[in-house]
Design a protein around this ligand. Structure first.
Ligand SMILES: Cc1ncc(C[n+]2csc(CCOP(=O)(O)OP(=O)(O)O)c2C)c(N)n1
Ligand SMILES: [Mg+2]
Length: 359
């Protein structure tokens, strides 16, 4: 006997199309002020990104990971959090820090190599930049579980890249999230690339790609978790889906995996040259879908955007970012900071090395 015991499906949500036209039935109820705020944060991230890239080229900061093309994923998701919710970033969501109240200065200090930059303000509810791919899933799910045990009304939002979904830590985190019904939302930034490794397998029988799974959202199904795909260039869809998932988590109704489909429009980091492995035609096609221009078209149709508003938003973003650069460059880190701001307590070996270093 043979029978189908279960079939699964994955939903996809888009609210704003590429022309900035909206699906009225799904349009979130955000005030004019909130919509403009979303736009402002996306501009801030882009200005931050361009400034950081220039600073790296001038040798004023170290290796930098651009966020170009992912602004809707970052801003839409973090905007959906409450002040009590915790955010677990990886290394591309610069604006997430700013939205959670971290000063611009701290980010430039961090990317300039000063560990002190990731000593974050007490109430910012965001974890430091996480370079080891996928490990933050465990932190995000762990804190969600702790909050559940302590009966605190909060959820956690964890960002992972498409490559993270291939790591053991991601799967362990997902399994724990499912078994314990942790109030955790995991946002996958599917930007199609893990450095030079493509997301999709084009060769019928050979690897060199991230996964043969058709969607990343379906990975949630294996753990009894809701998995959903979202147009990651559509800030309204990202915001709506993540908000619903966070509300669900806080009500004790379980975790969600949100796969945001976007495209890495910059290099992996400033140490990478994507022209060696990307098709420029594909990049140009994704550029036409980019999130900021799309949201601008929508705001313009709603009479919430004009040149005057644009100039004011740009000026304020530049002022804020430039002030952060100045403050960060006034900070003169000591060589011993590498011991003082990494571990809470130094290991015996590091203690010895710190003394030797000072000598
Ligand atoms: C555990 C671990 N293995 C390998 C690396 C090296 N590494 C840095 S970024 C990266 C690719 C990550 O790709 P993805 O998760 O898709 O994020 P994206 O860079 O596209 O934002 C790798 C393999 C790492 N940082 N951590
Ligand atoms: Mg990626």
């Amino acid at each position: 006997m043979e029978k189908t015991v279960k079939t699964f499906s994955v939903r996809y949500v888009q609210i704003l199309d590429e022309n900035g036209d909206v699906d009225k039935k799904l349009e979130p109820k955000l005030s004019s002020q909130q919509l403009r705020e979303l736009y402002k944060w996306m501009v801030v991230e882009r200005v931050f990104d361009n400034t950081a890239l220039s600073l790296q080229r001038e040798g004023r900061i170290g290796t930098y990971a651009q966020s170009l093309g992912e602004e809707a994923v970052h801003v839409g998701s973090v905007y959906a959090t409450s002040d009590a919710d915790w955010v677990f970033p990886d290394y591309r969501e610069h604006v997430a820090f700013l939205m959670k109240g971290v000063p611009v200065k701290s980010l430039f200090m961090h990317w300039g190599g000063s560990e002190d930059g990731m000593r974050l303000p007490e109430k910012s509810n965001i974890f430091p930049v996480c370079i080891p791919v996928g490990t933050q899933t465990l932190h995000g799910v762990g804190v969600a579980l702790a909050a559940k045990i302590k009966k605190e009304k909060l959820a956690t939002l964890t960002f992972v890249g498409d490559a993270s979904t291939s790591t053991g830590d991601f799967h362990e985190g997902m399994n724990f999230a499912g078994t314990f019904m942790a109030p955790a939302v995991i946002v996958v930034r599917n930007n199609h690339w893990a450095i030079s490794v493509p997301r999709t397998c084009n060769d019928p029988d050979w690897g060199g790609c991230q996964t043969r799974a058709e969607t990343l959202a379906q990975k949630a199904i294996a753990y009894g978790i809701e998995g959903i795909q979202v147009d990651g260039n559509d800030i309204l869809a990202v915001y709506s889906v993540v908000k619903k998932a966070l509300d669900k988590a806080r009500k004790g109704l379980g975790p969600t995996l949100v796969e945001c489909i976007c495209y890495r429009l910059g290099a992996h980091t400033t140490a990478d040259d994507p022209t060696r492995y990307q098709d420029p035609k594909v990049v140009a096609a994704w550029m036409r879908k980019e999130p900021l221009a799309r949201f601008q078209r929508y705001l313009k149709k709603k009479k919430l955007w004009d040149e005057k508003f644009e100039a004011a938003v740009q000026a304020e973003a530049k002022r804020m970012v430039q002030q952060g650069v100045q403050e960060a460059e006034q900070h003169k880190p000591k060589a011993t900071d590498m011991f003082d701001f990494v571990y809470e307590k130094l290991t015996p070996n590091l203690k010895k090395q710190r003394v030797e270093w000072q000598d």
